[in-house]
Write a protein that binds this ligand. Structure first.
Ligand code: FMN
Length: 356
């Protein structure tokens, strides 16, 4: 790690705030707005790259209105992929076009750890080393494997409070981030592996969480759940309102595979679960309601549209993290990015801030 994290993304301000590549939700508008607010926005391509080229084109249009400093000519945004489903060759064909090269490519959830190596090498070669490789990991063991196999530029350390998919069994960032950083620092000292930068994610929704994660050793932060209430998020109003209504995320959300089963998104590798608001689908599953009956009720809720997120019997999936109670209003992604960063900077000692 030769220089600060923000130096690699010269339009950003410390501490670097990024928005998670939330599939279907983090599109060009959200990602570009976060970058325009001096952060790093990620488009969530996920496992399906059918709209990737058009989202990159939309992002280019939005970003062309500003002149963000990008010495290597990369698009000042990132793109995130779910490796268990995204096709490597076709992805490289899109990302290798000079106008499409993103500043960062985010890799998550490989079917096997070795896939990280193929993706990292493929992207580095297709983008002439211009795109930085970010890898999201959920444990110390995964952090070590990812670093050995793919030498990421950035390790995104995801704690179990995170919304959406993560390890079915995991720790919160308060223990995971320092232990993972120590393990990676040791590894890099005793081998020729370059030390990555560290980004913390999972359960951070305001400046206090950002500052705490920086004190734990992270140089940057990624927020997912908080951006669900951004005006630029592609999200159904019923979903967004359910996020705004929920509080006390430790008891109002749960990590489970039930939501994937009901939605039919069952291609996730073993060991992952999605954290979302605990709803009637989950309660019925726990109460022993037969899967077919639960699924029928779920499909009826899908038919009912936004109503499917309302009331005690709400059944539609509301992926969100334990910091859901800190998400209380709809606002622009620009406000969110600037507000959490400014609030964190007021809490951070100047010496620590200068190292970011
Ligand atoms: C609705 C939602 C969708 C997500 N989709 C993805 C995804 O497609 N790819 C990915 O790598 N992570 C995804 N995540 C997880 C994020 O990368 C990140 O770990 C998480 O949002 C951080 O925790 P927070 O939600 O508490 O901020 C998603 C998270 C949420 C809330």
């Amino acid at each position: 790690m030769a220089s600060s994290l923000t130096a690699a993304y010269p339009w950003t301000t410390a501490p670097l705030i990024s928005c998670a590549p939330m599939r279907l939700i983090a599109n060009a508008s959200l990602a570009a707005t976060v970058s325009l607010a001096d952060g790093l926005g990620f488009i969530g391509a996920g496992s399906d790259i059918s709209t990737l080229a058009s989202e990159l084109s939309n992002a280019r249009d939005i970003l062309s209105k500003a002149n963000l400093p990008s010495p290597t000519g990369v698009l000042p945004i990132g793109v995130g992929f779910l490796l268990w489903g995204a096709p490597l060759k076709d992805t490289l064909a899109i990302l290798s076009k000079p106008e499409n090269i993103p500043a960062a490519v985010w890799l998550f959830a490989p079917r096997q750890p070795e896939d990280l190596k193929d993706w990292a090498e493929g992207i580095r070669s297709a983008t002439s080393n211009k795109s930085k490789i970010w890898i999201q990991v959920t444990s110390v063991q995964e952090a070590l494997a990812a670093t050995k196999l793919a030498q990421p530029d950035v390790l995104v350390i995801q704690g179990t409070d995170a919304g959406g998919h993560g390890a079915a069994q995991g720790a919160g960032i308060i223990s995971l981030v320092p232990e993972a950083i120590d393990a990676i620092t040791d590894l890099c000292k005793t081998s020729s592996t370059p030390l990555p930068h560290f980004v913390a994610t999972g359960g951070i929704s305001d400046g206090r969480g950002v500052a705490a994660a920086i004190v734990l050793g992270a140089q940057g932060i990624c927020l997912g759940t908080r951006y669900l209430a951004a005006t630029e998020a592609t999200i159904a109003p019923g979903y967004r309102d359910a996020v705004l209504r929920a509080s006390d995320g430790g008891v109002s959300t749960i990590r489970s595979s039930v939501y994937d089963q009901l939605r039919g998104t069952t291609e996730w590798p073993a060991g992952y679960g999605g954290r979302g608001v605990l709803n009637a689908s989950f309660r019925d599953h726990e109460a022993g309601v037969k899967f077919e009956d639960n699924k029928k009720l779920y499909e009826e809720a899908v038919e009912s549209g936004d109503k499917g997120w309302e009331g005690e019997r709400a059944r539609l999936t509301t992926y969100a993290g334990t910091a859901i109670g800190l998400v209380t209003k709809i606002e622009s992604a620009e406000n969110i990015t600037r507000e959490v960063r400014d609030a964190a900077n007021k809490l951070l000692l100047p010496g620590l801030r200068a190292s970011l």
